[in-house]
Ligand binder design. Structure first.
Ligand SMILES: [Zn+2]
Length: 521
């Protein structure tokens, strides 16, 4: 019987604050048999040095891990304890996961601890996948030496020393872009033609990008002709990865019901088996939904995804992407618990719960709450890659990259281009259509300075006339597509300075959300 979101009390794992030391000390005193005597001064020092993680529920300390990151970047874990009523809820595992994450970021390779042989805690360490490496004769009793060996670090989290004290992920990293190809057959052909007509004779500042390298397409909603076009790009090798979209976004917009989507998708995933990634069907909660409506949708999504996945052929199940929807931490728990077996096979997970806006709920936004939620999520994925749905504004993509999002998809480049908006690396959309009112716009004399400042050049924005007004629509679309594609190879440093200067509200949002693991403090 799966736990429903209502029954899970959210537990937050975070660095201890000064006011948490008393609670940790109290917890330690109640577990003196296991921990021995833990001095307040030791906890104080650990708190100051960010060597004390706490598990907090309702502002109460229900667990802690007291450790030390040594000179050699590895960690020694001195004490870890979870209060009795909260055991067997994987809170200890979360503390160790968070510690693993910190050691990873620091560039270390293992966590070491010693535990008296006679204590039941030895079984706990074994369960957390520590390996017993040695036995020592302790002062009073024999000690087991345990090691936790970290998995090699994924590329995205390589430690970057010179990060200006801002965030931990390398400044040149931005996530991989999947261009949405769920568009009319005429449109995808036009984009393909325009690209190949203009891209090859241009002197690219950072090598010729390939906007067709990764494509996202919904086999349920795309026309057969568009689907065939994408399949041909994949066969020819021009497209390296194809992600099948479940079409949850179209449920969100109200174009199709969840049940219709579910049964159509089941048919199609059995027939079209040439994708690299298969997104599982979801029913996204909307910002305007009440909490109970949202939780109904979350439950429906999770139950639906788990049963859907086990009806798929094994080969396809290895490449599925379950989708997390969460309005709060408890929902993350619920999704993670249920998706764990699927993620063990596919190593992928998608996140789609961004605040929605617009008349048709078609616009997803990033805010500080979502960034905090993702920051809590990423260390718990055991290396599974996190994808974000439907966020396409470059500065928002930058923020997502900083909390560990690895891939993203977007059709915003096309939609915004149609409206008259253009993007630059890490700037939000600006209007170039002179007739539109009430938007931040780029004037003719501002185009060259902003290109210089952001380091962007492409064959589609060479002159202001090309991209402005009604006739510039396709140039804007192609320019925007180019900008999205180059986000991942964008090396002009430091990126956050561009963010600060050109998209100040995103910069402030990032600061507001920078939880201690990533923060400057
Ligand atoms: Zn351009």
């Amino acid at each position: 019987m799966p736990v429903t979101p209502n029954e899970i009390q959210p537990v937050t794992i975070r660095y201890a604050r000064e006011t948490d030391v008393a609670g940790a000390k109290d917890l330690a005193d109640r577990h003196r048999v296991e921990l021995g005597f833990v001095r307040t001064s030791v906890l104080h020092e650990a708190q100051q040095k960010k060597w004390l993680l706490v598990a907090v529920r309702d502002e109460q300390i229900i667990g802690f891990a007291n450790f030390r990151i040594r000179q050699d970047k590895n960690a020694t874990l001195y004490d870890i304890v979870i209060d009795e009523p909260y055991r067997k809820q994987k809170i200890g595992k979360r503390l160790v996961q968070r510690l693993t994450w910190l050691v990873n970021i620091a560039g270390g390779e293992h966590i070491r601890l010693k535990c008296p042989q006679s204590l039941p805690a030895n079984a706990f360490y074994k369960k957390l996948q520590f390996t017993r490496t040695d036995t020592e004769i302790g002062k009073k009793r024999p000690l087991n030496v345990w090691h936790y060996f970290l998995k090699p670090l994924p590329r995205r989290f390589e430690f970057h020393e010179n990060n200006g004290g801002f965030l931990h992920s390398p400044p040149e990293h931005s996530p991989h872009f999947f261009a949405s190809a769920t568009i009319a057959p005429g449109e995808i052909r036009k984009i393909y033609e325009l690209w190949h007509t203009h891209a090859h004779d241009f002197e690219w500042p950072r090598g010729t990008p390939n906007p067709f390298q990764r494509l996202l397409i919904s086999p349920v909603l795309a026309s057969p002709s568009t689907l065939a076009f994408v399949r041909e790009l994949k066969r020819s090798g021009e497209t390296e990865e194809v992600m099948f979209d479940s079409g949850g976004f179209f449920v969100q917009k109200g174009d199709i019901t969840y049940n219709e989507l579910y049964s159509k998708l089941r048919e199609i995933y059995h027939i079209e088996d040439w994708a690299d990634i298969y997104i599982l069907p979801d029913n996204p909660p909307l910002s305007k939904d009440s909490m109970s409506d949202a939780e109904d949708k979350i439950r429906q999504t999770v139950d639906g995804i788990v049963s859907f996945a086990y009806q798929l052929p094994v080969e396809i199940r290895k490449n599925v992407m379950p989708v997390i929807h969460a309005k709060q931490a408890a929902h993350l728990e619920y999704c993670l618990q249920n998706y764990e077996p699927l993620m063990a096979d596919s190593h992928r997970i998608g996140f789609g719960s961004f605040p929605t806006m617009g008349a048709t709920n078609s616009i997803n936004r990033v805010n500080a709450d979502v960034l905090r939620l993702l920051d809590d999520l990423v260390p718990r994925l055991n290396g599974s890659r996190l994808h974000s749905f439907g966020i396409s504004t470059p500065p928002a993509v930058f923020c997502l990259a900083k909390v560990g999002v690895e891939t993203f998809d977007s059709n915003g480049w096309m939609r915004s281009g149609g409206y008259g908006k253009i993007f630059f690396p890490f700037t939000f959309g600006r209007m170039v259509d002179c007739k539109a009112r009430g938007y931040v716009r780029v004037h003719s004399d501002e185009l060259e300075p902003i290109k210089l400042d952001t380091g962007h050049r492409c064959p589609f924005c060479e002159s202001f006339n090309d991209i402005s007004d009604g006739s510039g629509r396709w140039h804007r679309i192609m320019h925007n597509l180019t900008v999205m594609t180059e986000l991942e190879v964008y090396h002009r440093k430091p990126q956050w300075e561009i963010l600060k200067e050109h998209s100040g509200n995103y910069y402030r949002m990032l600061k507001a959300a920078s939880v201690p693991v990533f923060g400057e403090k």
